[in-house]
Design a binder for this molecule. Structure first.
Ligand code: UDP
Length: 482
């Protein structure tokens, strides 16, 4: 293709906030670098980011949204269940996967009509490769996770060290990695322990098979964060990858930062003015992403732990906790005792703005990859509290390799819709928060976190490692010959 040819790239994000949010950021960055970007989404999902895209268009970017209907009814889902975060049972999650499978036909039709130069498709859209092959265009994957967890997954899949231990509690070493990483079976997902028993076995096999025919993977990470693993993934595992992140840093204006995700708040949100009244590094931010569902008992322990830590905090509790009648999740008199010292946000918080605020000196996180990277980009140390997905692996990266966090002590992987999750005690939460916010060890973590944050910012600046990799990727798409 001629050098002057304007690339047109289609993006198909998986319908879950932790996947859609970073992919929208990536699509917009393609557009800022001169490409035409089209995001395929469904009406309800698109309503969360259409304003942002509209603003981009007013500012001259060539970016648009292409809507397709989500087949709720055909897949046995209630009307309006267009996002994985709205599913509450394993059966609903399985139906959700079926619905995503049913999108193959409308997506293929769209691409046939528009002849783009590439398709970037999220995890679970294994069939995107077939479409791309038919159209002679490259397909790129986006899994929404980092090199470190992908390297571990690959080893667990190929060498299966997890099968050589006698109990769920016994530690094993993941062989062949740049560092000695130890895990227990308890920290692994059902599918990693025994793929055949997983309700998602079939789709996981299809995803794995589709890797070999895709051009490569776009990773929301930066080289300086996990250099040994970025190399290991490319050179030892032998797959093509481009690191382009942290993608949250692509957002420069407050409007862009506030409108990431499911938020409907303004940048002068109550929480930010509250933070403005606090001293630097004096507030801990507590949030468990978009998917986690906690029991009332667990919420009560978090409240106790935060109160007895004597630290100032912003705690995000998803609305559902209240909707479902879990009214007793706060200890008696809690709200009046913490007045002025703690803030509870019911619903969706402007996470990136909060993390970047100078008053915030620590982050209690469930270790979702986006949250980890947003914490890293803001130079904030963390208390790690993994729950499901690959979060136990992400915890290892933060606490043992980057040494910018301390674990709360969660031990057991659970599916997010499982109500049998272990309850972490208030005492343990208090200890971890105090260690992070007060004393020398916390300060050392904060210094390291700050250095990493500076490296993150340099990575996405002009000429930085992520900026350069994104440009390489665009060049590779331009030069693609099937
Ligand atoms: N998020 C947010 N406000 C909230 C909760 C989450 O902005 O109240 C954003 C957060 O900044 C991140 C994403 O939602 O970009 C969550 O992704 P992550 O990978 O951390 O976790 P998941 O939700 O996938 O478990």
């Amino acid at each position: 293709r001629a050098k002057s040819h304007q690339l047109h790239v289609y993006f198909l994000p998986m319908m879950a906030p932790g996947h859609t949010i970073p992919m929208i950021d990536i699509a917009r960055q393609f557009a800022r670098n001169g490409a035409k970007a089209t995001i395929i989404s469904t009406p309800l999902n698109a309503s969360h980011f259409s304003q942002t895209i509209e603003r981009d268009r007013e500012n001259g970017l060539e970016i648009s949204i292409s809507l397709i209907e989500f087949p709720c009814q055909e897949a046995g889902l209630p009307e309006g269940c267009e996002n994985l975060s709205s599913t509450t049972t394993p059966e609903m999650s399985r139906n959700f996967c079926r619905a995503m499978d049913l999108l193959q036909e409308p997506v293929e039709k769209l691409l046939r009509e528009n002849h783009p130069d590439a398709l970037v498709a999220g995890l679970f859209f294994w069939w995107a490769n077939d479409i791309a092959q038919k159209l002679n265009i490259p397909r790129l994957q986006f899994y929404g996770t980092g090199f470190f967890p992908m390297c571990i997954y690959n080893t667990l899949k190929e060498q299966k060290p997890q099968e050589n231990v006698e109990s769920e509690y016994e530690e094993f070493v993941v062989p062949g990695l740049p560092d000695e990483v130890k895990l227990t079976r308890r920290q692994l997902s059902e599918e990693t322990k025994d793929e055949d028993k997983s309700p998602f076995a079939e789709i996981l096999r299809k995803i794995a098979a589709s890797q070999s025919t895709s051009l490569g993977i776009i990773v929301n990470s930066f080289y300086e964060l996990e250099p040994a693993y970025a190399r290991h993934y490319r050179e030892v595992i032998g797959r093509k990858a481009w690191h382009v992140g942290p993608v949250s840093l692509f957002n420069k204006s407050n409007a862009d930062k506030t409108h990431r995700g499911l938020g409907n708040f303004s940048s002068d949100d109550n929480c930010l003015s509250w933070l403005n009244s606090k001293k630097p590094n004096s507030v801990v931010y507590v949030c468990f992403g978009s998917m986690a569902i906690f029991s009332a008992a667990q919420l009560l322990e978090i409240a106790k732990g935060l109160e007895s830590s004597a630290q100032q905090f912003v705690w995000v509790v998803r609305e559902k906790a209240k909707d479902e009648g879990k009214v007793n999740w706060l200890p008696d008199g809690f709200e009046s005792r913490i007045q002025g010292r703690g803030l509870i946000i019911n619903g969706w918080a402007p996470q990136v703005l909060i993390l970047e605020h100078e008053a915030v000196g620590g982050f209690v996180t469930h270790c979702g990859w986006n949250s980890i990277l947003e914490g890293v980009a803001s130079g904030v140390p963390m208390v790690t509290w993994p729950l499901s997905a690959e979060q136990f692996l992400n915890e290892k990266l933060v606490t043992e390799i980057l040494k910018t966090g301390t674990p709360v002590g969660a031990q057991e992987w659970t599916r997010r819709t499982d109500d049998q999750r272990e309850t972490i005690k208030g005492d343990d939460i208090e200890k971890a928060v105090v260690k992070l916010m007060v004393g020398e060890e916390g300060e050392r973590m904060r210094i390291r976190a700050r250095e990493l944050g500076d490296k993150a910012k340099r990575a996405v600046e002009k000429g930085g490692s992520s900026d350069a990799d994104l440009k390489c990727l665009m060049e590779e798409i331009r030069n693609y010959h099937p």
